[in-house]
Structure formats: C-alpha cells, structure tokens
Design a protein around this ligand. Structure first.
Ligand SMILES: *Cc1c(COP(=O)(O)O)cnc(C)c1O
Length: 371
C-alpha cells in the first residue's frame, strides 16, 4: 500500500482506497451490495465487520486527515458517535454558533441528564483553552455554520487537557483540504460527507477521523451498536465524488473569494461573512492555518427577510435549496429554518459551486437588483 503521508491530498484523493488491484481487477472499488458473508473469515456481516467499499472510502478520507476514518450513515450519525463516547455527567463545551443539528443533539442530551452543555464564543481562544482543562468534550466547528466565524484551532487543539478528554472539530465547512485538525492536535475530526466530500447532492454520509486507536475502537463500537452503518451505494458515490473533491473545492473556493468581494461592494448587501474579506475578524487567523477560506459565505440583504426571500425566488443558476458543498451553488435564508430564528432575518447562506464565476455573479447581481 502507498503511504499517504508524503503525498499532496489532491493525489491521495485519486490514489487512496483503490482496492487490492492486480491484473483484471477493476481500477476502483465497486459498490459491494452485500450484508452477509460466508462464515470462516474476518468478514461476517457488514454492520459489524464493514465492507470493501466502506473500507476504501475510509482509507481515502483517513489518509487526507491523517488518521483512521470511521464512516457512518450521515454527518449527524458521526456527530452522535462522538457524543456517544461520553460517560453520564460529562461536561460538554460548544461554540455559540454551530450547525443547528449538533446544537439540538447537545441540548437534548442535557435535558435527558446525560451531560451538561456550556457555550463559548467561537473566537474566544483564551476561554476555550481554559475550558480544555475541565471538560470531557470540547466541540469546535470552524468556520462556523452559518456565520463563518473562525476558531483559533492551532491554539485550542493544542491546549493541555485531562487524559481521556476529547477535542473534536467539525470541519465540514472547511473541507478536508483547507485544514486538517488532527495535525493541529485535535483528537477527532468530523465531516458531513454529504457536503463537499460527496459533492453532488445525491447522498447522505458521515465520517469521524482519529489518530487514537482507543477512540477509533470506541467510535466503531458506537456505529455498530447504534446501527449507524453507512450504505454501500452512498459510500461508493462518496468515494467517486471524493476523487474530484480537490478540483471542485479549488474552483468553488476561488469563486467564493470573487463573489464575496463583489457582494461587499453591492448596494443591496449590508454585511458579507467570508474569511477571505480583509475586514472579517478571523481573516488573518484563517490565513495562518487554512489553505483556502472555503466555498461557503453568508451575506445580509438590505431590507431584511422579504427582500432576501425575493432574491432566493429570483436566482436561476443558483438553486434555492438548503445544504452546501455540491457542484451546484445553493442559497437559503437561514433564519427561515426552524431553530435558526435567532439569525439576522435577511441572512442568506450561499454555498458556491463549480459554475463559471461570471455566470454566478450575473445571476446574483440580477436577483439582488430585481428584488
Ligand atoms: C450538514 C452538516 C452536518 C450534518 O450532516 P448530515 O449529513 O446532514 O447529517 C453537521 N455539521 C455541519 C457543519 C453540517 O454542515
């Protein structure tokens, strides 16, 4: 097997998870649509002993992040598998802006008496580093969804902590290419592979990657026990999608820089949130450890909810849809999402896709003018 550690992630995205090969073998691992195997070998049943397709996907993503990847049915299943590691009474620290599903899962567990939750400002590195010494789980998400706030990952991931304490980073918005939190000292990195890894709005998949064999065993046990095993077709499609992730992310992140700058100058736009903007509070910090500022941005339309809704109705190339990280650009007014009412009413989250940037700009400019 080739060692991924010396390779550019763009190469590993092509080379990782190729399967055993040999003359006459397929170049890529096909979808293994099998639940059950003839007894007498290690592979018995897909929920407990995986499948060649799942293993190929895990080899690819694990190689980029620098750890062992545990795939699961959805991004939320991956999030839950990390929370499942906690003993009753654990102290959990969450950012004050993060994916609403993670926030809801943490709050529900607290209401059930499973753990306690404290929230800290994404940017308050001092408070996060101090909290590391007294929490069982530090949950970071950077850039945050949907406000694109940047956490000091190099500082917080390296903060001293008690044995067994977990520093987890949801790196979905950044993609596995822009940052690799395990290399900064995090214990586990989580992805909704539904987003940039899969990249085509056609699957749900999650992944948790860790360099700790004990944590890997705990995560695998949790996915098996809770039945969060990924599907064969989903894993196959994500493996196929991940092959072009470096190309897609490079294009989309470059277009996001252009669109963020132009939106910043647009009379119908109040605020643009993207780490590429020099006025963004996390601009320099992001540049110090991320290789690009990501392909998701959010901006506030002047005139609030009604005007923002009209913009969503008027775009033709950008799709009015939730989710992010796909080849097609998607845009949504986030305060319209249940549980997200606290956000600015005119905030639109734009996930920049791989369409030509001038076509995207013409579409946005026209919709902003028409609204
Ligand atoms: C979408 C998302 C999730 C949840 O992933 P699913 O695949 O939808 O379950 C978790 N974290 C972030 C940052 C996300 O954007």
């Amino acid at each position: 097997m080739i060692d991924p550690s010396g390779l550019d992630p763009a190469t590993w995205a092509i080379v990782g998870g190729r399967g055993p090969g040999g003359p006459g073998a397929p170049l890529n691992v096909p979808p293994h649509l099998a639940s059950n195997y003839v007894l007498g070998a290690e592979r018995v049943y897909t929920r407990g002993s995986s499948s060649p397709t799942i293993e190929a996907f895990e080899e690819l993503l694990g190689g980029i992040e620098g750890g062992a990847c545990v795939a699961s049915a959805t991004g939320m299943a991956a999030v839950a598998s990390v929370f499942d590691q906690l003993a009753v009474g654990a102290r959990v620290v969450l950012p004050d802006d993060c994916y609403h599903g993670t926030s809801a899962l943490a709050d529900a567990g607290e209401a059930q008496g499973r753990w306690s939750v404290r929230r800290l400002a994404v940017e308050d590195a001092e408070a996060w580093a101090a909290a590391a010494a007294e929490a069982e789980l530090l949950w970071l998400e950077s850039p945050s969804n949907p406000l694109l706030r940047v956490a000091d990952l190099p500082r917080v991931c390296a903060a001293p902590r008690a044995a067994g304490a977990i520093v987890a980073v949801d790196s979905t918005m950044a993609t596995p290419l822009a940052q690799q939190p395990l290399r900064l000292g995090a214990d586990v990195v989580v992805h909704s592979a539904t987003k940039f890894v899969g990249g085509h709005s056609d699957l749900l998949l999650g992944a948790a990657v860790t360099a700790s064999p004990a944590l890997e065993a705990g995560l695998r046990e949790s996915v098996d026990r809770t039945g969060a095993t990924p599907g064969a077709m989903e894993t196959f499609l994500a493996l196929r999608g991940a092959r072009t992730m470096p190309l897609r992310v490079r294009e989309a992140a470059a277009s996001a820089v252009v669109l963020a700058a132009r939106l910043d100058d647009h009379p119908a736009v109040e605020v643009v949130r993207h780490p590429s903007r020099p006025a963004h509070p996390g601009h320099q910090l992001a540049a110090s450890f991320m290789t690009n500022a990501g392909a998701v941005l959010s901006f506030d339309v002047t005139g609030g909810a009604d005007r923002a809704d009209a913009v969503c109705r008027d775009v033709r190339i950008v799709r009015h849809a939730t989710s992010l990280g796909a080849v097609e650009s998607t845009m949504e007014r986030r305060a319209a999402v249940p549980g997200q009412e606290h956000l600015p009413p005119g905030l639109l989250r734009l996930s920049v896709g791989c369409e030509a940037v001038e076509d995207l700009w013409a579409d946005l400019d026209r919709a902003l003018g028409a609204a």
